[in-house]
Design a protein around this ligand. Sequence first.
Ligand code: KG4
Ligand code: ZN
Length: 333
Amino acid sequence: MTKIIAFESSADETSVAIVEDGHTVLSNSVATQINSHQRFGGIVPEVASRHHIEWISRVLDDALDQAQVKPDELDAVAVTYGPGLVGSLLVGLMGAKTFALAHDLPIIPVNHLAGHIAAANFNQPIQYPALALMVSGGHTELVLMPKQNQFQVLGETRDDAAGESFDKVGRLLGLAYPAGKEIDEMAHRGTAQMKFPTAMAHEDNYDFSFSGLKSAVINYVHHAQQKNETINADNLACAFQNAVVDALVGRTQKALANYPVRSFILAGGVAANSQLREALQTMLTEFPETTYIPVPIQYSGDNAAMIGAAGFWNYQDHVFAGLDLNTNPGLDF
Ligand code: KG4
Ligand code: ZN
């Protein structure tokens, strides 16, 4: 049994977790700072770093307590070193290095995006080759995994990330940040009275684009305001979400047709979207050889357990770092 303690602090969640063999979560302590950022409508980097500093020791103690694990029972320390906000990443990295030094443990550098995907292991074992749709507040990528811990980006967003488009449309509708969950609920109550364009549907690649959709929604709202018409926000949310889901499902369907895989993974914060989860499940009936593995909702947003899962892949591949490990805010696959 390999026990890994993992640190995550790339954005607005401070989290420490202990994970066994990459799939069993012994503890996952998460302190969120969303309330501090809400009045600004997004993450304020300076505020985020201060929160991480304030919370990291408490979250670490909590993770050790919950798991009933002593430091000398641990095998390694995994830590997110990118992508993310540099000031935020640095706090988790310092915490992880200090812990590793104090307890003489090896350090495993982890890519946050690989972490989101590896969280599928908390649902069921991934079979390879696998395809992952990684949709978060900062990223939208279709990633082919020929083998465990090997990543080949087939397509990505050319502008806004899917989660970012939810948050921007939410801001337009006066919703609190982040708005994905609320738009999801509104869309359920509404009916689509209009159809927004699904960008790049006919282009011969696997890329995404959401800024045109965002502009279409903004224009729609401004037009209605000019004519003094009231907007039914639930209906608007429904039409917007339909367009996002259509784009994500369409691209995925095309990728699955060209790259037959054994597992399909839905990962990242937007993986919590109920309509997206269902639409993908329905589409996957066309691919009976492919098992659908959505990341469990409790692990789809940022958390350290997912870093422990991806950390185990690196542990198996002997990917370790020294105390000179630095952050890489722009890290991709
Ligand atoms: O992965 P994550 O927690 O943080 C990043 O690494 O970005 O993703 C956060 C994103 C936010 O944009 C949020 O609005 C979105 O995930 N989100 C959702 C839902 N729940 C969270 N988007 C759509 N539907 C949801 N139910
Ligand atoms: Zn994330």
